[in-house]
Design a protein around this ligand. Sequence first.
Ligand code: CA
Length: 229
Amino acid sequence: MTEKILIVEDESAIREMIAFNLQRDGKTPLQCESAVEAERVIADEQPDLVLLDWMLPGISGIEFARRLRRDDTTRKLPIIMLTARGAEDDKVHGLNSGVDDYIVKPFSSREMLARVNAVLRRGRDGGAEDKVSVGDLTIDYAAHRLHIGDGIVNIGPTEFKLLSFLVRHPERVYSRSQLLDHVWGRNAYLEERTVDVHIRRLRQTLEASGHHRYVQTVRGAGYRFSTHI
Ligand code: CA
């Protein structure tokens, strides 16, 4: 099965670069320059996911995303926003605008594909993913267990939540304060070094199998989960 991915982006160079990389990853890319055009293509082609640029001529990406969310036929269509660094990514991050994920320009094809595949994977189980696997590491959300190879690994509840969050959002760097928000919740008033403590414990948990290398420190920025070492 090849997934149809609709790219809505008025800058043709970016659009074609994305289409090229999606095709190489076995997807079927569809291309549109505006929301108006995209509306028609969504109705005709029923794509599996939309990569939607924030800045579009006419209806903006964020406004179009809201429209898609309001409409019963497209309410569950996965959307990944493309934003410019700065105000837009802060907004889309804070907005809870109903988009499934967002990518900040400029981005690598590797990051783009990792996000597309992560969102598609979530969508396949009707949004309620039970398990996610990366190599021989499997996070079983339903059972709240971490499997590595054939064994079950003992992991603390906070480390489990932290790992789950990072695995769901691969290839992106999260600052300590963002991790506090996402993993501990916005109402938790904790020091940022709490994150470091749990990252250290998580790495210790993963060390025996060598998976600690996926939990990466990005100097001056935060932490990232990546299988590229
Ligand atoms: Ca644009």
